[in-house]
Design a protein around this ligand. Structure first.
Ligand code: 3H9
Length: 650
């Protein structure tokens, strides 16, 4: 039974058991509706506790049902029945009460949560707003500006904060269900509290707070409809009678649910969860993972080490000498300090994580490592030297990984005595923050080594995507293709800020030239020089980036790049860059033509889709959805467009 009722001492315990996350699919809605009827009709029942089996309270509506016609009873009607019950309902929340889950808890008369629980209305992350009363009931329980902030950001709040806000009535001190039953026994004798629907919205927490929150989310929306719909729904909740506000919420929800943005966001939601699944690994156990070795204490190595430490692993970092080891140690300590300051690590955890870290200047310190990640200079000879050295000192069952972002992992592996234990783990900078991890699988890779790479990703909270071996794997290969297209457009008639504006108006977090300025133009220049000898002479080559570097313009760090940077670090159009571009077009005999914004985006998207199709054909990516996951997470492609392959109808 999906919903079970058991009466204990006058209190009905209604338990939802709908794995994996107790979503309110049809069986749950029907079961809850029946539970209201039964408990209302049973004179032995004085109060009701609503709890969930498994890892979490209800985590929302069943997103898989959204594409299909929904069968009655609908969630808003079920919740109206709970809200109108004559006996008090107490929601007992563990794990996460999200979306329709929190709305169910809001329909109950009381809420009690386990200390580790989190509560939120994350519908905007799926291009939606709450559709079962959340926008109307939440601002009647917590202040209207905080309600808007929760709904428009989609960010859940932990139990402690929920208690401060007035979102829950109590935090369980012992076993959640026992505490909730005791709570229900107590409130059964009290008069039923006025349903939220009969209360007025709570005024804003400070004058002007609501306006400020609305302005912030309008600014951030950048083309997304859901946050704006949330603002509209909250306004309705304040100005319309409850029944009308609920109807208006439902209409907004349905329009969003059937719209392109929500479909795209649902695609990415499921694609991210499917990524990194490899059928043949079923039943293959990963090797133990406690102690990680990191070779190289530069920006990337330090970020990887910090990510592992934050996840609770112990880390030994190797550098070439004591000074470099000390510099690497300081970089890692700096990242951990930042995590403590931002509240990501408690002071106690910070101390424990630091104690689990060592920076050394000899490979022998890796004798006990379960997995070693190399993050040294991108040069095949350097990598070969590292892997040859690792062979001699690591345990034979240790997994060896290269963090290369484009080199041939199969060739790197050949330097090891046991190539089958070598794979690529391509982190994105900053490695302790970026969610994406490309797992590069050379032919002959041992299954348990691959399973271990995937287990590491899970432990670090990353999204793993499996990639085959080729130049640049999935992310950088597609990126270099569309960067090339952007460069062609520079020669053909567009300027960097026009291309960036087109991308940002499409929804990218940042245009490609601004992004290159930020990461520095010198690294890719060095790579181009290394590859110059092997480049196909027939291939169209744009020299503008090289010319900028030759002039010492390495991007934001030198105050000059594609843009010019003032004291405040703001990017400004550069007359110098423009003159250089015009001169390059003239040198090649290209008659510049303005490139309209729609054409800029059409050309960039076509380049991504075309390269994506090649990546798929060659078996480098497992699916088109994996490519979307990579491009959305690596390069700020707007999630609400679903990724280039989804946008192209793949
Ligand atoms: C909503 O509620 C609308 C209402 O306002 C109005 C209605 C009228 N449905 O993430 P995980 C699956 S909108 C269906 O790996 P975790 C997921 O696909 C909804 N399936 O676990 C995966 O399946 P599989 C608002 C769902 O522990 C499995 O569960 N709610 C749903 O890392 C495990 O998921 C949300 O937006 C769902 N709602 O994280 C919450 N949720 O194993 C969305 C999960 O086959 N969910 N699945 O791949 C989450 O944020 C996370 O899943 C959660 C668990 C934090 C709950």
């Amino acid at each position: 039974m999906t919903v079970q009722i058991e009466t204990r001492d006058g209190i009905a315990l209604v338990t939802i058991d709908n794995p994996p996350v107790n979503a309110t699919g049809h069986a749950v809605r029907q079961g809850l509706s029946d539970a209201v009827a039964r408990t209302e009709g049973d004179s032995a029942v004085r109060a009701v506790v609503l709890a969930c089996a498994g890892r979490t309270f209800i985590a929302g509506a069943d997103i898989r049902e959204f594409g299909q016609p929904l069968a009655a009873p609908h969630l808003p009607d079920v919740l109206a029945r709970i809200a109108g019950a004559r006996k008090p309902w107490v929601a007992a929340i563990h794990g996460t009460a999200l979306g329709g889950g929190l709305e169910t808890a809001l329909a109950c008369h009381y809420r009690i949560a386990a200390p580790g629980a989190a509560l939120g209305l994350p519908e905007v992350t799926l291009g939606l707003i709450p559709g079962a009363g959340g926008t109307v009931r939440l601002p009647r329980l917590i202040t209207v500006d905080r309600a808007l902030d929760m709904i428009a950001s989609g960010t859940p709040v932990p139990a402690l904060r929920a208690r401060e806000l007035g979102l829950i009535d109590a935090i369980a001190g012992g076993d959640l269900v026992s505490d909730a039953l005791a709570f229900a026994r107590e409130v059964a004798d009290r008069p039923l509290p006025a349903p939220l629907d009969d209360r007025p919205p709570r005024p804003e927490s400070a004058e002007g707070a609501l306006k400020a929150v609305a302005a912030r989310h309008t600014d951030r929306a950048r083309g997304q409809r859901a946050p704006l719909a949330a603002i509209e729904a909250l306004r309705n909740a304040q100005t319309l009678p409850v029944a009308e506000a609920l109807n208006a919420e439902r209409a907004l929800f349905q329009a969003l649910r059937d719209g392109a943005q929500s479909k795209a966001l649902r695609h990415i939601f499921f694609a991210e969860r499917a990524a990194g699944r490899v059928d043949r690994l079923k039943g293959i156990a990963p090797r133990p993972l406690d102690h990680i070795g990191v070779i190289g204490g530069g920006t990337m190595g330090a970020g990887i080490a910090a990510a592992c430490l934050i996840a609770g692993l112990s880390v030994t970092m190797i550098e070439r000498d004591a000074d470099a080891a000390e510099a690497g140690r300081a970089r890692v300590a700096g990242i951990l300090d930042g995590a403590r300051k931002r509240g990501k690590l408690t002071p106690e955890d910070h101390a424990v994580r630091l104690a689990a870290f060592a920076a050394r200047d000899n490979y022998e310190a890796l004798a006990e490592a379960d997995l070693v990640i190399e993050a040294v200079f991108e040069d095949m000879d350097v990598k070969h030297a590292v892997f040859a050295a690792l062979d001699g000192v690591t345990r034979p069952d240790a997994v060896l990984a290269s963090n290369t972002s484009y080199l041939d992992v199969a060739e790197i592996a050949r330097a090891a005595d046991t190539p089958a234990r070598v794979l690529g783990l391509h982190f994105f900078a900053p490695a302790h923050i970026m969610k994406l991890l490309e797992i590069v699988t050379p032919e002959g890779l041992d299954d348990s080594a691959l399973a271990t790479g995937l287990a590491l990703a899970k432990r670090l909270g990353k999204i793993p995507v499996i990639a085959g071996v080729c130049d640049g794997f999935i992310a950088n290969r597609i990126m270099s293709r569309y960067r090339r297209e952007a460069e062609y457009m520079l020669e053909d008639g567009a300027l960097p800020w026009e291309i960036d504006a087109a991308m940002e108006n499409y929804g990218f977090a940042m245009g490609i030239f601004r992004m290159q300025d930020l990461s520095g133009l010198d690294i890719s220049w060095a790579m181009r020089k290394r590859r110059a000898a092997t480049r196909d002479p027939a291939e169209r080559y744009v020299d503008i980036g090289d010319r900028l570097c030759e002039a010492g313009h390495f991007g934001q760090k030198t105050g000059r790049g594609y843009y010019r940077y003032g004291e405040d670090g703001r990017a400004q159009r550069s007359a110098e860059t423009e003159a250089l571009i015009l001169a390059e077009s003239a040198r090649k005999g290209i008659a510049r033509q303005p490139v309209p914004e729609t054409e800029i985006m059409a050309r960039l998207l076509a380049a991504m889709q075309d390269e994506g199709a090649c990546v798929l054909d060659e078996g480098i990516a497992q699916s088109a959805a994996d490519i979307d996951v990579v491009i959305v997470n690596a390069f700020g492609f707007p999630r609400w467009k679903g990724g280039p392959m989804f946008a192209g109808g793949a």
